[in-house]
Design a protein around this ligand. Structure first.
Ligand SMILES: [Zn+2]
Length: 465
């Protein structure tokens, strides 16, 4: 059967993020099925559907490399105020809520985060799901796959786990601890159900122990064995303030500890990394292990700002993540791009300059794809997946900025909803509407679930200032 074609006609600019950093002016894009067939001027008059892109700037879909969707219903809580607490204080309070999350919360909070992502130009999302409670059972990733199919986003599910009980020093409540065996068994089940390694895949599985501090070493070693056998990628939190603890327990820093367990390489990426040393950047650069930079929680927590230029010079691949909503309160990568760029500018005098806004855009596109192992995504070129978003360059607030579409988004702070988002050749968001879902009904149902499962039973929602 012939695949359907879409012609995106007469875009004001197409920012490709390809290796030559090409920007096409007044150009068309022909899409065949899930992929881009051609980009150029006056491509063809033969197509099934036409999208008039006059006056629009077109960008590659953004790729999120760290998040915790399950935290989306723990937002806007001044009673558990991350910026004004130490991390151990925060963990002791926030887990009181996490431990009663059920699979309805997982489903609706994932829908909420995915909607936020798609509305702000994200087309592929990785999520680190480590919330396994008595009430969720093993269902969270299954429920997230349902949500992703509804929203139409590409979804890489990080199957997380915490295996070390509090009696042995972890900071996780007893009832959220799993065994390594149960974790690997469930990864195996999820891989057989959802992992599609083929080009244009819409769902993949990434075994992702939560963090070395709260897992046995065996959990990491078994993950490495399992993933290398199946050809999967791996992920964890690393270099986010845990080194003092790891040195006291194991006499070594976290990266060295993980490397000894084999948990390093081009198939591994880590979240945060703000506590890493220049020698450790070298190690990551040589190994091909990427870092997901999550600017919002770094700012809210008052953590050190990554010296990106030095890290890049040592070969570290930096991508962008929102991080979980308990330390972000939103899920917009457009917002993360602007914040990431401004954070670099904050130190530009003492660090010899900042990366450019366009380099930040490439972190959120090209580097995100590389991090997730997707050579079919990240830029707008023939044979790549048709994942893109458009903004209306004719809006009054953008007047005077239009000479440089490559740098525009982080520089001018284009952080509101985009005008169109396409994933895999399918429009999933256009003119303020999510396609194929009754947004307001889902929002009402989500509010009801939040109230029943979290707001009513938890004190934190009752003593608000
Ligand atoms: Zn995280």
């Amino acid at each position: 059967m012939e695949e359907k074609t879409i012609l995106i006609r007469n875009a004001k600019a197409i920012v490709t993020c390809d290796e030559q950093d090409r920007v096409y002016a007044n150009a068309d894009m022909l899409i065949r099925g899930p992929k881009i067939a051609a980009i150029g001027q006056n491509l063809t008059d033969s197509y099934d559907t036409c999208i008039d892109a006059s006056g629009k700037f077109v960008y590659p879909g953004l790729i999120n490399t760290h998040h915790h969707f399950f935290q989306t219903f723990v937002r806007n809580l001044t009673t558990i105020d991350y910026p004004n607490m130490t991390v151990p204080e925060w963990i002791s309070k926030i887990y009181q809520i996490f431990q009663i999350i059920d699979d309805e919360v997982i489903y609706y909070s994932s829908l909420t985060a995915m909607a936020d992502l798609v509305k702000h130009g994200c087309t592929t999302a990785f999520d680190h799901q480590y919330c396994y409670t008595k009430a969720t059972g093993k269902r969270p990733v299954d429920r997230q796959m349902e949500a992703a199919a509804q929203i139409g986003i590409r979804y890489h599910a990080g199957r997380g786990a915490n295996t070390l009980p509090p009696s042995e020093g972890s900071s996780i409540p007893e009832n959220m601890v799993e065994t390594t065996d149960a974790f690997i068994r469930d990864c195996d089940r999820l891989v057989s159900l959802y992992h599609d390694p083929k080009p244009y895949s819409m769902s993949q599985i990434v075994p992702s122990p939560c963090q070395p501090m709260n897992c046995y070493g065996d959990t990491f070693a078994e993950t490495v064995r399992f993933c290398r056998d199946k050809g999967l990628r791996m992920h964890t939190h690393l270099g986010e303030g845990e080194n003092e603890f790891m040195e006291a327990r194991f006499g070594k820093r976290t990266l060295e500890y993980c490397a000894e367990l084999g948990f390093i390489g081009p198939d591994v990426w880590i979240a945060h990394g703000w506590e890493l040393t220049p020698e450790e950047w070298e190690v990551l650069g040589r190994a091909g292990t990427g870092v997901s930079h999550c600017p919002t929680p770094a700012i809210l927590g008052g953590f050190p700002i990554l010296p990106m230029r030095e890290m890049i010079a040592r070969g570290v691949c930096i991508s962008l993540g929102c991080d979980g909503s308990a330390t972000n309160d939103g899920s917009s990568l457009l917002d993360a791009m602007r914040l990431a760029w401004m954070m670099q500018c904050f130190y530009s005098k003492e660090r010899g300059g900042s990366v450019s806004p366009y380099e930040i855009l490439k972190m959120a596109t090209v580097n995100g794809a590389k991090t997730l192992g997707r050579d079919d995504l990240g830029s707008l070129e023939p044979e790549k997946g048709a994942d893109l978003f458009m903004i209306d360059a004719g809006k009054l607030e953008l007047t005077g900025t239009l000479h440089d579409p490559k740098n525009l988004l982080p520089r001018a702070g284009v952080t509101g909803c985009v005008d169109l988002t396409m994933v895999n050749g399918r429009v999933v968001f256009e003119n303020g509407e999510l396609k194929g879902v009754d947004e307001y009904r889902l929002a009402e149902e989500g509010e009801r679930v939040c109230t029943r499962v979290l707001r009513n039973p938890c004190d934190a929602f009752h003593h608000l200032v």
